[in-house]
Write a new protein. Structure first.
Length: 226
């Protein structure tokens, strides 16, 4: 139990820190890549200089990716607090993810049954859902597509969120590493998405169960008490 409390405090510190860092870094990133893009269009720079500019843009893109996995932390928390049933957030994020899914030949099946009201940070829940959807879609990339099943329902005063993919799946060892900072098996991964997911669900006193079979797919089952 003590272990759990310490883990929870650690996650809090990490997310508070990430909040300020993301916020401070976002603007300079945007400004810098804007100017570099202008420079890239210049007719007077040499081929070599152009290469440097393009490399810099790629590096900035990577930094932007890291920040965007933490996007939700960038806003002051109390401002986004709502008392609601996650319908708006889950529908909005599902729509956001559709182009990404289509690009990877993934069909999204979304099902919202009744759900219960709960106080939560809207931005954090949105970011958390997006991180889970993205991982599901990316797990099906190598299998040349599949289906992402998103189900939201209620059960005995709990909000139940189930996210299932037909992707590459994980071994138990891989499952145990989920949420560790910078753990990623992807060439372009940040290894921050699941850290954000665990910290957000922890904040609403929820729990996450992972069921996965290598080569078959993965289900994330999230239970949030109301
Ligand atoms: P990233 O997506 O940037 O790699 P995450 O923290 O989001 O970082 O995920 C960490 C790792 O967990 C991924 O690299 C992947 O190996 C594994 N993972 C997460 N979700 C899934 C999933 N749905 N199916 C298979 N592997 C997954
Ligand atoms: Mg991810």
């Amino acid at each position: 139990n003590r272990e759990r409390i310490m883990q929870s405090e650690r996650l809090n510190v990490i997310s508070e820190l990430a909040a300020s860092v993301s916020h401070e870094i976002r603007n300079p990133l945007t400004v810098t890549s804007g100017f570099l893009q202008l420079l890239n269009k210049s007719k007077t720079i040499s081929k070599e200089e152009k290469q440097y500019v393009e490399l810099s843009l790629l590096e900035l893109q990577r930094a932007e990716k890291i920040v965007s996995d933490y996007l939700s932390f960038a806003k002051p928390q109390s401002e986004n607090m709502v008392h609601s049933n996650m319908k708006a957030e889950s529908e909005y994020t599902k729509n956001i993810i559709i182009p990404y899914a289509t690009m990877h030949k993934v069909e999204v099946k979304f099902n919202f049954n009744n759900s219960l009201n709960k106080s939560y940070d809207r931005n954090q829940i949105q970011q958390c859902l997006i991180n889970l959807y993205k991982n599901g879609i990316e797990a099906m990339k190598e299998k040349d597509g599949g289906t992402l099943f998103i189900d939201i329902s209620e059960k005995k005063q709990n909000i139940i969120i189930s996210i299932r993919d037909t992707g590459i799946g994980m071994t138990n060892e891989e499952i145990s590493r989920l949420g560790k900072p910078y753990y990623s098996t992807k060439a372009e991964g940040t290894g921050l998405g699941m850290l954000m997911v665990y910290s957000t669900i922890d904040k609403v006193k929820g729990s996450i169960e992972v069921e996965s079979e290598k080569g078959k797919g993965t289900t994330f089952l999230i239970t949030i008490p109301t």
